[in-house]
Structures are given as structure tokens and as C-alpha cells.
Design a protein. Structure first.
Length: 354
């Protein structure tokens, strides 16, 4: 009951022979030989929406001797049903492979040139679209990273995640102004997934209004949400597709993460002192060029605790925006620097996403 059905049984192609080829190529060792492998689900139910993930612990012999490696294998659903139909012909693997192999290495190189050693990605050791859509990564768990599941994120964790996002946004803002063609393929968002509007997770206004009927103290709000119902889906969709369908002259456009959910990031703390050391953003399948406020609004509801939403959002926005503009200066952005007041106006314009 803790795992999704798709991840209870590994696909037949995920074999020792397949992984031997992957590791031999990755390590440049044709004599590498796998001795054993253990496959298990890599995530818990509710951790992610698209694709399926396995953790594979491999024991092998290479030219240096015995070795053990924990890998994360990300692939497409095999079980017939809505999820496979929805994701099978989607853009998500092409997008994520491009993020790991083209975009994020470029972002990191630009930050390095400015003296910033921020890491934006987990090493991807293998990727393929044919015959299977699959990506293989080093497992962050043995390195001390965790997913926050059984508690709210701390303010330090939130700030670190917002800091990385701000640097990512800043580099993308500069590059998009200088080389817009490099982002041409990153034009798909959550709303371009096949059948996405049929998913009750997205089109949930009817469920919400029924809930208002069930709770006496909330019935008073029902007429307000009835007014929203008719245009709800289009209002939700608009921020995701604005850059492609309704581009605004004064808007700030960046490469958005696209799914800044609390479980799409991992945190590392010192084993002894428990001091926070790093945050790693993961899962870039929905990354796309879009309005700069999108990730902030999304994270407000998909990452922050109720207290953080109620009492700290303004401080977090200022914190994020200051790092964004500071990073633009460090990477020698020569254009007009975005203004906080105008960013607040754009946040308000995208309020339907909230």
C-alpha cells in the first residue's frame, strides 16, 4: 500500500545485462562484470505524478576491484491504464533529458564563471528514448539526501530551495534574452500532457464545491466558487501557456522548473550537527519557458507550510528576488534588470494559478 502499482514489478528489460552495458560505458571499463542486483521501488505513493522509478543496488567488479553502486532508474509506466495513456506520447522524457544534458550543465558553467559553485542537478549516467524511455542517475540517498515527507519544511530549507531557483531563473533570464533559440524545445508544460484536463487532480473544482456542501461552516463560500467554475480550467491553464499563446510585452519570462513540489527536491544535513548543507531540485519533466511568477506561486501551495504561506510569503519573495537580481549582476547581464514592483504586479496577474 506504500508504493504505486507500477513500481512493484520491474520491467523485463531492467536486467543485469542492461545495467552491465550502462556501467561499462559510464566507467569506460569493458571488463566490468555485474555480480548481483537488487531492485525496489524508489519512491512512496504520492511522491510524484509522472513516470515510475526504481532503486537498483548493483554489486559488480571493475578494473579497481569490487564495487557497489545505488542507482535510480526512471522510466515510463508499464501497467495499462489512464497513466500510461496520458504519459506514453508526451514530451516529458525529451524535456528532462534535454534539461540534464544540455541546459543545466550550461547554467552551472555560467555560474562557475561567476565564482558560484551551486550545483543544479544530479549526475545522469545514462539516458535513452528508444527502445525504452529511461534515465539513470546516481542515488542521492546514500549521499545523505532526504525527501521531506513526515514534516513541514523548515524556513532554512525553503530559503535554500528558493535560492537555487532564483539562480536558475537568473541564468535562464539572461540566456533567453541572448539566445532564445536554445530554449525552443522547452515549450511544453503540465498543460500539454495528453488528457490532462480529464485528470481529477487538475480539474477538481467540482469536487471542491461538493466539499463545501459537506462542511456547514464553508457553505457560505459556495456561490463564490460557483462563479469560478465555468472558467476555472482555462484560468488555470493560462499561465502555463502564456509565453506561447499570449505573450505579454512587459512580462518576465524564464525557464520554469514547472513542478516545484516539496517532494521534487531533496535536502542534505550534516550527520552530526544537523546543519542544512544542500538542497537538490529534481524532476524536470515539466520544465518550460513561462512567466517568472509561475514557480513561486506553485511552490507557495505545493511546498510551503500553512504558517509559511500565511506569515512569510512576502519575505520569501523578497529573498528570492534579491538573489535573482544579484545573480544577474554576477553573470554580467547587460539588459534592463527586472523591478520588484513589476514582479509583484505579475504575481497578481497570475493569481488564478494560486
Amino acid at each position: 500500500k506504500d508504493f504505486t502499482t507500477d513500481e512493484l514489478e520491474a520491467p523485463s528489460w531492467l536486467s543485469s545485462q542492461f545495467l552491465q552495458k550502462v556501467l561499462s560505458s559510464h566507467e569506460g571499463d569493458e571488463q566490468l562484470e555485474i555480480k548481483s542486483m537488487k531492485v525496489s521501488p524508489a519512491t512512496l505513493k504520492g511522491d510524484h505524478y509522472a513516470s515510475i522509478m526504481f532503486r537498483v543496488v548493483v554489486e559488480y567488479v571493475n578494473k579497481l576491484g569490487n564495487a557497489t553502486k545505488s542507482l535510480i532508474v526512471k522510466t515510463m509506466p508499464q501497467v495499462e491504464g489512464f497513466k500510461k495513456e496520458q504519459l506514453g506520447d508526451s514530451h516529458i522524457f525529451r524535456t528532462e533529458i534535454g534539461m540534464y544534458t544540455e541546459i543545466l550543465p550550461k547554467f552551472e558553467a555560467i555560474l562557475r564563471e561567476a565564482g558560484d559553485e551551486t550545483s543544479l542537478r544530479v549526475p545522469c549516467i545514462y539516458h535513452s528514448l528508444e527502445p525504452q524511455q529511461v534515465m539513470i542517475f546516481d542515488d542521492l540517498v546514500p549521499l545523505g539526501y532526504i525527501v521531506v515527507r513526515d514534516r513541514e519544511p523548515t524556513m532554512n530549507e525553503v530559503r535554500l530551495a528558493f535560492s537555487k531557483l532564483a539562480k536558475w531563473h537568473a541564468v535562464s533570464y539572461k540566456l533567453h534574452r541572448d539566445q532564445p533559440e536554445m530554449f525552443e524545445k522547452f515549450k511544453y508544460s503540465l498543460m500539454e500532457l495528453p488528457k490532462i484536463t480529464e485528470d481529477p487532480f487538475i480539474n477538481g473544482i467540482d469536487f471542491f464545491i461538493r466539499m463545501l456542501d459537506e462542511v456547514p461552516d464553508l457553505k457560505v463560500y459556495k456561490p463564490k466558487f460557483e462563479k469560478i467554475r465555468e472558467n476555472f480550467l482555462e484560468s488555470f491553464r493560462a499561465p502555463f501557456v502564456e509565453y506561447r499563446e499570449n505573450r505579454q510585452d512587459n512580462a518576465y519570462y524564464v525557464l520554469c522548473h514547472g513542478d516545484l513540489y516539496i517532494r521534487n527536491m531533496m535536502f542534505k544535513h550534516d550527520k552530526v550537527t544537523k546543519v542544512l548543507e544542500d538542497c537538490m531540485l529534481i524532476d524536470f519533466q515539466m520544465s518550460n519557458i513561462g512567466p517568472m511568477p509561475n514557480d513561486i506561486i506553485y511552490a507557495t501551495y505545493q511546498m510551503l507550510s500553512p504558517d509559511q504561506r500565511q506569515n512569510h510569503v512576502e519575505d520569501l519573495i523578497l529573498f528570492y528576488f534579491n538573489i535573482f537580481t544579484d545573480t544577474l549582476k554576477k553573470i554580467n547581464y547587460r539588459g534592463e534588470v527586472p523591478i520588484l514592483e513589476q514582479f509583484h504586479q505579475q504575481l497578481f496577474r497570475q493569481r488564478h494559478l494560486g
